[in-house]
Design a protein around this ligand. Sequence first.
Ligand SMILES: Cc1ncc(COP(=O)(O)O)c(C=O)c1O
Length: 365
Amino acid sequence: MMIPMVDLKKQYNLLKSEIEEALNGVFESAQFIMGPNVSGLEEEIAACHGLPYAVGVANGTDSLLLALRACGIKAGDEVITTPFTFIATAEVIALLNAVPVFVDICPDTYNIDCSQISARITSKTRAIIPVHLFGHPADMSPIMDIARKHNLKVIEDCAQAFGAEYHGQKVGTFGDAGCFSFFPSKNLAGYGDGGMVITKNKEIAAQVKALRNHGSSERYHHHLVGYNSRLDEIQAAIIRVKLKKIDDYNEARRRHAAAYCAAISNKKVILPSSAAGCEHVYHQFTIRIKNRDMLAAALAQKGIASAVYYPVPLHRQKAFLDLYSLNGELPRAEACAREVLSLPMFPELNDEEIKLVAGVVNDAA
Ligand SMILES: Cc1ncc(COP(=O)(O)O)c(C=O)c1O
């Protein structure tokens, strides 16, 4: 039996008729750019977050980039974030010639350690980007307290956490902007690139709307230098089909995580935990084990995929080496980068597959 990290084919086969109907609707309408599916998805995502504004963009990276610009982040500003995330989180800061300042993580949740943020705030600090990594909410209460105290913007990177909740409130609704990715493997996804910014702030929404469309809010009049970063109508139509099922998908992920935790008894393995008050959505089911390469090889031998998210923390990436003196060593992120291993996780996973994966993990020396 082959078990992939994510089985998009299995999901497509279950959704085939709905997806085909949605796509046919787009083809028949011949409205491919900024049509009714983009505006429909924006309304639905704003509504399910209880916010007035949602703006579709071309991908998750752009959702962060445009949100940072709309929040006024500019060259020389410092933006605090986690080193244990996908490169895009910090790349967008550097693209604006601002400076990513990395704060070490909590090893339990893999998210930014809020107790270390204040020490890294300087007169140049303008924003914090918490990442809800692997689907586990960052600790938003202390982050918002620090942001209010120091007058900082908060841009939430929700790329891996659509639907996750922190004390009953959805991620993406705490800060000035919440940024989502609809990359095919994400919890809520299209069949290509896509992203969205949600916000309660009218000016930020207007600014992101203009920036995604060449800095324009009136055709052929450009008040900003912007981007071509529109969400595609075809992607929006597909994402709308999956949005109807997102609560069931996230519930299935939580069930699978509980089944993995019940079945894995290897004492050398650290299982993922969910902090009190947090509704984890298990974008990834990530364990820690010292000899993870041996375990990955044992899984591969049985046809089971596994993946390392992420092998190199951002302050150790070549692209950011010039920042190394600013950030120094971040021991927890470095230890996690050496030891994490993500196991197959997707809503359509079944009990037999989970047992098989857990069996190999338990047998690992
Ligand atoms: C945490 C995080 N931030 C940002 C992104 C960027 O999203 P995209 O690939 O849609 O540009 C990703 C996706 O890979 C991500 O995992």
